[in-house]
Design a protein around this ligand. Structure first.
Ligand code: SF4
Length: 365
């Protein structure tokens, strides 16, 4: 049994980094220096296709625009096949496979649907889509919520990489009237434990923090320090996402204010300073104004994540991805390169699932 309390956070470090967040000149200088030393002019992205395989979830996050309570949406394999075919024409190399968190635990119609498909869990169901994506030459990156040790072991042979955002260390946000009320999978310890099992399974991994849903600055710093600790103990974290909260219509948080620029930039820089330089710092460009793309880079980001020329971002569906060419031009003016990478980073090629290895060799990137 993994014991989350084994992860130690030194209070003096939290205090030190809280003070550092006030020193903007130092933050930007340090973050730029670390990024330039490790990544030079190289800013990366992954050309992907987003497959929302089942849009139901047992959680009820107040900002969520993905899961649907009253309307059971699943992505039929045939429809996914057409999307995969189109995505190949656009040169996509990653299939981002996303589901809500264990919807079978809450909804009887999901259970019935799974039964008809001959599966009993979202992970088993996802493997259908993942196998199909591999067949069409796309590297699967799975984001299926909080998974158990058994789930991660089941998934490992089929994925190039996977992700689970830590999001926050705040327990306060689980209380009634707060964003994570009635969301059992948002208990921070549970998420940490699930991440540990993924890392123990040697899955090239993405995690990160959600900024601006009501967490305190201390909780943000704690989340970054926990990720650092996880990397030092288990490795395999290839990137972290700094995801700014963006309000979405038809959600209880539709009128909540998003974090301001300074909060996003300074926490990006702090992530760059806290985390080993081997871990990429990613900020999704569709959650930024075009002018902010260069700024997050200046504050330490070196990766703009998955960008799809074919599908929308089904999580932040009101925020379209900018065109890849457009970002290219923005970066070029500042002497930066915008280069494609795969869903799995080069250092982790040996750790993709057995079913993915032949495809990775074929792509030969
Ligand atoms: S866990 Fe994700 S999909 Fe589920 S309600 Fe929360 S934000 Fe939505």
């Amino acid at each position: 049994m993994v014991r989350v309390r084994d992860i130690s956070i030194n209070k003096d470090r939290i205090q030190y980094f809280a003070e550092l967040l006030q020193n903007k000149n130092y933050l930007i200088e340090m973050a730029t220096e670390i990024r330039e030393r490790r990544y030079g002019k190289n800013i990366t992205y992954s050309k992907n296709v987003f497959l929302p395989i089942i849009k139901r979830c047992r959680n009820s996050c107040a900002y969520c625009g993905f899961s649907r309570d009253n309307d059971f949406y699943w992505l039929p394999l045939e429809q996914a096949k057409k999307t995969l075919q189109t995505s190949k024409k656009f040169g996509c190399k990653e299939a981002l496979i996303v589901s809500g968190d264990k919807p079978e635990k809450k909804y009887s119609d999901v259970r019935e649907y799974y039964e008809k498909q001959g599966v009993s869990s979202t992970v088993e169901y996802a493997i259908f889509h993942i196998r199909q994506a591999i067949k069409f030459g796309l590297l699967p990156h799975a984001n299926l919520g909080v998974l158990s040790q058994e789930d991660w072991s089941l998934l490992k042979p089929f994925v190039a990489s996977a992700g689970l955002m830590l999001e926050t260390t705040s327990k306060e946000l689980l209380k009634k009237g707060k964003p994570h009320y009635a969301s059992p999978d948002k208990v921070p310890d549970k998420r940490i434990e699930s991440i540990i099992w993924a890392l123990k399974n040697k899955i090239p991994f993405t995690t990160g923090i959600l900024v601006g849903i009501g967490e305190t600055v201390t909780e943000r710093i704690k989340a970054l320090l926990i990720i650092e600790e996880l990397f030092r103990k288990y490795g395999f974290i290839q990137e972290i996402i700094i995801q700014p909260f963006r309000p979405l219509k038809n959600t209880p948080m539709k009128n909540s204010a998003p974090p301001n620029n300074e909060e996003i930039f300074t926490i990006t820089a702090l992530a760059r300073i806290i985390l080993p330089s081997k871990i990429s710092i990613q900020v999704p460009p569709n959650l930024l104004e075009p002018s902010q793309i260069l700024e997050v880079i200046e504050w330490g980001a070196n990766d703009l994540g998955g960008i799809s020329p074919v599908t929308k971002d089904y999580v932040n569906f009101e925020y379209p991805w900018p065109k890849i060419d457009k970002i290219h031009k923005i970066l070029e003016k500042k002497g930066l390169e915008f280069n494609e990478r795969l869903a799995v980073y080069h250092d982790y090629y040996d750790f993709v699932g057995e079913n993915v290895k032949p495809l990775l060799q074929e792509i030969n990137f």
